[in-house]
Design a protein around this ligand. Structure first.
Ligand SMILES: Nc1nc2c(c(=O)[nH]1)N[C@H]1C(S)=C(S)[C@@H](COP(=O)(O)O)O[C@H]1N2
Ligand SMILES: [Mo]
Length: 321
């Protein structure tokens, strides 16, 4: 996706070459080696990354202490995107075979005063973009640290003006059988991919709509042109390639909860104390750390406990997993 905000924010021609080629040449990769060592050096990464993309590092969200940013080459080649394939290395290939993610219309509706049909580029222009570095923890017990570019979800919610009846937000991914072989290859899933948040979770400052990574437009395989990032929840809540956001009075059905309700709850907050029925969630494999590296402990709410624990006060998190 090409984000057009003003002339000087336009992307250079080189940015439309395939991500893999481009990233390997990018200064951002060099900067990454430096930045990875210390959060203090991260502003230099942001400077490198902003060349040609309208985003600026929000220094409230830096790399967690002792954690390195994940090599972008891994972020764009180790993916979960079942609309294309259940194999980690295949979305990168299959999502770049003619699937068009621009222009893209995002619909916002349901229990709102202000239903919207938005062009994603225009939305970026209106919202303005910032970069935030978040931990990312998949329910499969691996993790990354990723700089996302986008804007907080609450900015869009305020624009849509949900009514007092709205209690939940439902998100829906694109469904084009010609573009995604997964729809037909895995017919037992309840397509399209849907996800949901409680209203207060959606309004939380950390809930983010991302349109880029590493200061670059979102690669198709990572959920172009716009995807959710909810860093205190397992990765499957961070739904990709969103076409519709709806406000509802009932807890929405979600693809993973429908597929295996005992394994994937609606809340799915990262919780080292609640094992998946088939594996422990106490530790995580850091992608890029090497096969010999030890798994590191998983943190409650993926390290965002201070920020989000108040949302769940009084709730039994073992029951509402
Ligand atoms: N539409 C859609 N969104 C999705 C998925 C998917 O298969 N389809 N996979 C989820 C899972 S399980 C994870 S871990 C993350 C992976 O995001 P990434 O490939 O950008 O790392 O996307 C989530 N969002
Ligand atoms: Mo995941």
């Amino acid at each position: 996706m090409r984000v057009k905000i003003s002339k000087d924010w336009e992307l250079p021609e080189s940015s439309v070459t395939p991500e893999s080629d481009y990233l390997s040449r990018r200064q951002v990769v060099k900067a990454l080696g430096l930045a990875a060592a210390s959060p203090l050096l991260l502003p230099s990464l942001a400077d490198a990354a902003t060349q040609g993309f309208p985003t600026k590092l929000n220094k409230k969200y830096l790399a967690p202490e002792g954690r390195k940013l994940t090599n972008p080459r891994l972020v764009i080649s180790y993916n979960n995107f079942y609309e294309f394939s259940t194999q980690k290395d295949e979305p990168r290939i299959l999502a770049n075979r003619g699937w068009k993610t621009e222009p893209w219309t995002l619909e916002v509706g349901g229990l709102v005063e202000n239903p919207l049909k938005l062009d994603v580029n225009a939305l970026c222009k209106e919202m303005g973009l910032e970069m935030r570095i978040y931990r990312f923890r998949c329910v499969e017990a691996w993790s990354m640290v990723i700089p996302w570019d986008g804007f907080p979800l609450h900015k869009l919610i305020k624009k849509a003006k949900p009514t007092s009846k709205a209690k939940f937000v439902k998100f829906t991914t694109f469904m084009d059988k010609k573009a995604g072989p997964g729809f037909e290859n895995y017919p037992y899933y309840n397509w399209p991919y849907t996800e949901g948040l409680r209203m207060d979770e959606a309004m939380h400052e950390l809930s983010f709509l991302a349109v880029g990574i590493y200061g670059r437009p979102m690669p198709n395989q990572n959920g172009a042109p716009i995807r959710l990032v909810v860093p205190w929840k397992y990765g499957f809540k961070s739904i990709k390639s969103i076409v519709k956001i709806e406000f509802t009075d009932k807890q929405p059905n979600t693809l993973w909860n429908a597929a295996a309700p005992k394994e994937y709850g609606f809340y799915s907050n990262v919780n080292p104390e609640v094992p998946h029925p088939r594996w422990s969630q106490a530790r995580e494999r850091v992608i890029g750390a090497g096969v010999l590296a030890d798994r590191i402990p998983t943190l409650p709410f993926n390290g965002y406990e201070k920020e989000v624990a108040p949302l769940y006060e009084g709730m039994d998190l073992k029951k509402h997993f």
